[in-house]
Design a protein around this ligand. Structure first.
Ligand code: GLV
Ligand code: MN
Ligand code: MN
Length: 424
């Protein structure tokens, strides 16, 4: 192993270790939800790390943090951005989100140490509430940023304790009046690259430490409410009950059977039971539903099969194909930096990168091999040697994308001149 690889391993390990105690349960998993004490600690940590690297730290109107190297982006000098999220699912793993943030900081440091001076500002982003664990909609920060989720709808979402996002923001010193889309910022993102731990086994099967993403499956979240009647668990005869939990169980089984029949992935991961008493027949069960598939037809088929339960849509992300020109540029830069060809893989997991791509920003993703293939559990794992290669790949990609943006801009200026277009 070369010295620089060992240094990168240490850098990644040190940063992961610094945030490791935040939101860690004694059972081993990490629970880091948006706009909580844990989230604040992580945001402050990221801000401090960015400042150590001399970056300019901004928070956008949707609560995402952007740290700029080489000044803020402008229409004439759009940014090359990278990063991920620091929030987690309940009891999640150490790498989903943080690896992308830590790798982005390490890649910037690697380039700075190498004397690289990019032509475009390089931005490291921490998106807010990617998992949607608290307010129920995944990729909350990027959806609000791009306007695909309105501020009005976002601010009125409630967490399990009934707190609205508006109240949660106020408690963290953020004025909800200022919360919303930030089109000016989105328009100056020239290209975005998110590095993420792989959430499956494709790279392991291919014996490849790092890969580049082709696409994300279409996916969405729904909610089903099943009504029953509360009554005494000991005195109500079995044939005179209206038990919401029994009906909810039928729903769970119908979801499983339908997903199997249509080659989809569907999950009921959360139940809210009312009144939630051991000796009370449930009067209402609210169930989450997450459905994903390689194609939208299969997702629709599952929803048709459970239509009797009247699922209410919470969020939807169409199938996302990442920009193929950018993918080539990223793969080239990453291969040059690592000496390895990157395989192209798809994923069933959602990412802020998908939201940006669907909004017209050229986006690419790098995946780092996950030794267990597990994700959204503490069993998720990436070897440090693979993480170090991931940082190298990302640094190489940032350099090649910086160069690419210069050519794209030059081509645009030339085309405008030929057509007599004036910008202003
Ligand atoms: C996020 O990881 C998701 O795919 O739900
Ligand atoms: Mn996740
Ligand atoms: Mn993630």
């Amino acid at each position: 192993m070369t010295d620089d690889t060992r240094a990168l391993e240490q850098r990644v390990a040190a940063m992961l270790a610094e945030i490791s105690p935040v939101g860690r349960a004694s059972g081993g998993g990490w629970s880091r939800f948006a706009w909580t004490d844990e989230d604040r600690v992580l945001r402050e940590w990221f801000t401090a790390k960015s400042r150590e690297l001399g970056l300019t730290v901004d928070v956008d109107r949707a609560g995402n943090i952007w740290s700029w190297w080489g000044g803020r982006p402008t229409p004439d000098r759009p940014g090359v951005t990278t990063g991920s999220h620091l929030d987690s699912v309940p009891g999640g793993g150490e790498f989903d989100g943080p690896l992308g943030v830590v790798s982005a900081l390490a890649a910037v440091e690697l380039l700075q140490d190498g004397g690289v001076v990019p032509e475009h500002p390089v931005g490291v982003v921490v998106f807010s509430d990617e998992e949607g664990a608290r307010f129920g909609i995944a990729c909350f920060g990027s959806r609000v940023l791009t306007g695909s989720l309105s501020a009005e709808e976002a601010l009125s979402r409630r967490d399990a304790a009934g707190t609205t996002l508006s109240e949660a923001l106020r408690a963290e010193g953020v004025d909800p009046e200022d919360y919303g889309a930030d089109p000016d910022l989105v328009s100056v993102i020239g290209a975005h690259i998110e590095l993420h731990v792989e959430q499956g086994v494709a790279l392991g099967d291919l014996d490849a430490p790092v890969g580049v993403a082709s696409h994300i499956w279409p996916h969405g979240r729904w909610e089903v409410t099943v009504a029953g009647e509360a009554n005494h668990a000991g005195t109500t005869p079995m044939d005179r009950r209206s038990d919401a939990m029994v009906r909810a169980s039928e729903f769970v089984l119908a979801v499983r059977d339908s997903a199997v029949a249509h080659d989809a992935s569907a999950t009921v991961g959360r139940l809210r039971v009312e009144p939630n008493g051991v000796n009370v027949i449930p009067s209402r069960v609210t169930a989450s539903l997450d459905v994903r598939a390689p194609g939208e037809d299969a997702v629709e088929a599952v929803l048709d099969d459970v239509a009797d339960f009247a699922p209410v849509r919470q969020s939807w992300t169409p199938g996302t194909w990442f920009d193929s020109r950018l993918r080539e540029v990223v793969a080239e830069g990453a291969a040059e930096a690592t000496g390895q060809e990157l395989p192209v893989v798809g994923t069933g997991a959602g990412h802020d990168a998908g939201v940006l791509q669907n909004h017209g920003v050229p986006v690419s993703m790098l995946f780092v091999r996950n030794g267990t293939g597990a994700s959204h559990t503490p069993a998720e794992h990436a070897e440090l040697s693979d993480c170090a290669l991931g940082v190298k790949a990302l640094a190489g990609a940032l350099v090649s994308v910086d160069r690419w943006l210069t050519t794209v801009q030059a081509d645009t200026v030339q085309a405008d001149a030929v057509q007599g277009v004036s910008r202003g």
